[in-house]
Design a protein around this ligand. Structure first.
Ligand code: GTP
Length: 232
């Protein structure tokens, strides 16, 4: 082989090694129909899908973010909410997870009550307390300030998130909220919520490898850009 070709070939593989980005696995769980597929689609494709069917097993969506000059790949695992579509795959979901999003539908109190079984599933799969957890109330575009009884109040969600060491926010995969509602954060801001500049940074940074114990939700809260988290 021509030696110059050989040389440029090896340079190519070195550069592909250098540009390979670190990948972070984010597990998305919650009852069926709360909008996990739509949210992950919004985050990765930037739009609300015109059609969405029940997820069978798991779907993967990826988004590359540049954080502190480094390219980071978020790999979102959109898991099935229906028990019959999860079956024996569940243990694979929990392997090497970097963060978990617990999703509920703000207009469906049953999906909020269902969160306890998702927390329990995490416990059964020995998810460490150092793994960042987010509580996400989806479909805030459907929130009606006049129908408070049939919706999940933000106070209730804040209290749940505190009890379980989660960061809470409401969002909509679809539309902005109606006038008169508050506390909304757009879905496309979620990558920032997961960004190393708030918490993943200290977590993934090689120099803080020995410091995992210090990375709890309080640390996330205080280091966050407060404008993204309307409740804290
Ligand atoms: N208005 C509104 N509808 C939404 C929103 N997100 C999802 N939906 C609708 O809710 C329904 C269920 O959405 P999916 O994303 O398929 O729900 P899922 O949680 O992935 O459901 P499974 O795959 O069964 O676990 C669909 O009809 C969506 O169009 C939202 O933010 N606002």
């Amino acid at each position: 082989m021509d030696s110059s070709l050989e040389f440029s070939g090896s340079l190519g593989s070195v550069s592909s090694l250098l540009t390979r980005c670190r990948t972070f696995k984010v597990l998305v769980i919650g009852d069926s129909g709360v909008g996990k597929t739509c949210l992950t689609h919004r985050l990765c494709a930037g739009e609300f899908p015109c059609r969405s069917e029940a997820t069978i097993g798991v779907d993967f969506r990826e988004r590359v973010l540049e954080i502190d000059g480094e390219k980071i790949k978020l790999q979102l695992w959109d898991t099935a909410g229906q028990e019959r579509f999860r079956k024996s795959m569940v243990q694979h979901y929990y392997r090497n997870v970097h963060a978990v999003l617990f999703i509920y539908d703000v207009t469906c109190p049953a999906s909020f009550s269902g969160l306890t079984s998702w927390v329990e599933e995490c416990r059964q799969h020995s998810l460490g307390q150092d793994i960042p957890r987010f509580l996400v109330g989806n479909k805030s575009d459907l929130r009606d300030p006049k129908k408070t009884d049939s919706q999940v109040s933000q106070e209730r969600a804040v209290s749940f998130s505190k009890a379980h060491g989660m960061i809470f926010f409401e969002t909509s995969a679809k539309d902005p909220p109606k006038k008169g509602t508050s506390g909304h954060t757009y879905a496309h801001q979620l990558p920032q919520l997961l960004s190393p500049s708030c918490a993943l940074h200290s977590w993934i940074s090689p120099r803080s490898k020995g410091d995992l114990g210090a990375i709890g939700s309080d640390c996330w809260r205080t280091s966050h850009d407060a404008s993204l988290l309307h409740f804290y």
